[in-house]
Design a binder for this molecule. Structure first.
Ligand code: FAD
Length: 394
């Protein structure tokens, strides 16, 4: 019986193991951490946004430069398929108002438990605390509690994750090993990252407050999502969508009244007495929540706008930020194994018989379910390609 090795117990690796075992192949799944799916469980803490209920083309546009490479994989396992798969594991799903799809349980543990039980039934052998260290000739080398171990396999799927939240397992250390094996990798960079802002003490009472109904702009990217003020800066989906521009240190602007056109705000202001104070206008005319007003004054401190520029300033308030938060804090990472280093079946050109999947591939997307969908779809694609490879070699 042919043996496949799947290394990395995140959603991409579990999906690869699933389809390989389903194809009748003996599967050994090795994970460096003491348990499987730690990042998936962490994603569950915010409800586990599995996918987005959205038409296929706009869905694919979210993968920007990698959308063409990912297209066949996600077409074969799209947002509808992700929902069917979750239901198949006994997890009903629901779609929120923004189209985001979540399991009804709003966490990952029941889904992960059901998935592992399914893999057990399919006969997948699991080894935890097995850290892959590269190859010795044809054999994969692992660091294990009982010392160095090697495993021979007829095909291998690597699903080692990106390079953030290292404590959950995805430390990106595999990149050096693959580079050494002749694979072309793009440098890791934070994606879906929070911003560092050096706040004055005036902002302290607003730490934890949400900025809702705002419009963000950086470079040629825009977003209408929320963000929260934290002690370290600003975080949240509204800003994560702009990470590619913020990585290039593009100027960031926020529109604090995005639903009010500038002309309308100007007309309303023109009706107000000339002695109207800025703070009064923000609070009583525009009825800005306290956190928005505080942000306005924080960012204009030292140079309060003249009345003629109030509307322009509130609609394009520059956010003085001190860069992105460190990569390890990012929800996901850009960079990794370049598609040019892979066959259309996600096999490493430099190492036939070795396939790659999940966040370790060079793609990025905003939050909204796009990350897990691509991890599941590429895990499935790599697993099926490995099964085809084994069948062809038989
Ligand atoms: C706080 C947070 C919230 C998130 N929320 C969402 C969400 O709601 N929706 C969404 O779509 N995405 C979300 N994500 C992103 C999503 O969780 C990841 O994109 C996804 O888990 C990546 O899957 P993966 O299988 O490629 O890698 P991972 O899940 O990172 O799994 C890789 C596995 O490989 C193991 N590994 C690494 N190196 C080795 C080695 N040398 N030997 C053996 N094993 C190794 C790791 O321990 C890890 O278990 C969130 C991420 C975070 C951090």
């Amino acid at each position: 019986m042919r043996t496949a090795l799947v290394i990395g117990g995140g959603p991409a690796g579990l999906m690869a193991a699933d389809v390989l075992a389903e194809a009748g192949i003996r599967v050994i799944l090795c994970e460096a951490k003491p348990s499987i799916g730690r990042k998936l469980l962490m994603a569950g803490k915010s409800g586990l946004n599995l996918t987005k209920d959205e038409a296929f083309d706009p869905f694919m546009r979210q993968y920007t430069g990698a959308s063409e490479a990912l297209r066949p994989m996600i077409a074969a396992f799209d947002a509808g398929a992700v929902q069917d798969w979750a239901r198949g594991l006994g997890q009903p799903v629901f779609t929120g108002s923004s189209g985001r799809v979540f399991p009804a349980a709003m966490k990952a543990s029941p889904l992960l438990r059901a998935w592992l039980a399914r893999l057990d039934r399919l006969g997948v052998h699991r080894r935890v605390r097995w850290r892959w260290r590269g190859w010795d000739g044809a054999e994969a080398v692992f660091e294990t509690p009982s010392g160095r171990q090697t495993l021979a396999a007829d095909a291998t799927v690597l699903a080692l994750g990106g390079a953030s939240w290292a404590r959950l397992g995805s430390d990106g250390a595999w990149a050096e090993t693959l580079r050494g094996a002749g694979c072309d990798l793009a440098r890791f960079a934070p994606a879906n990252a929070a911003l560092s802002v050096k706040w004055s003490h005036h902002m302290r009472p607003h730490f934890g407050a949400a900025l809702k109904t705002v419009g963000w702009r950086a470079g040629n990217l825009t977003s209408r999502g929320e963000a929260a003020i934290s002690a370290r800066g600003l975080e949240g989906g509204g800003l994560y969508a702009l990470t590619p521009a913020l990585r290039q240190s593009e100027a960031l602007f926020v529109d604090l009244i995005p639903d009010q056109p500038a002309e309308k705000a100007l007309a309303r202001l023109a009706q107000k007495p000339s002695k109207l104070r800025l703070g009064h206008w923000l609070k009583n005319t525009l009825r800005l929540p306290e956190a928005k007003t505080a942000l306005f004054f924080e960012m204009t401190a030292g140079a309060l706008p003249e009345r003629a520029a109030w509307v322009k300033t509130i609609k394009t308030l520059p956010i003085n930020y001190a860069g992105l938060r460190p990569m390890d804090e990012a929800i996901s990472t850009a960079g990794g194994v370049r598609f040019a280093a892979l066959t259309p079946g996600l096999m490493l050109k430099a190492r036939p018989g070795v396939f790659c999947a999940g966040e370790m591939l060079d793609w990025e997307a905003p939050t909204g379910g796009y990350l897990l969908t691509a991890c599941l779809a590429t895990g499935r694609w790599a697993g099926l390609s490995a099964a085809d490879y084994l069948a062809a070699a038989a």
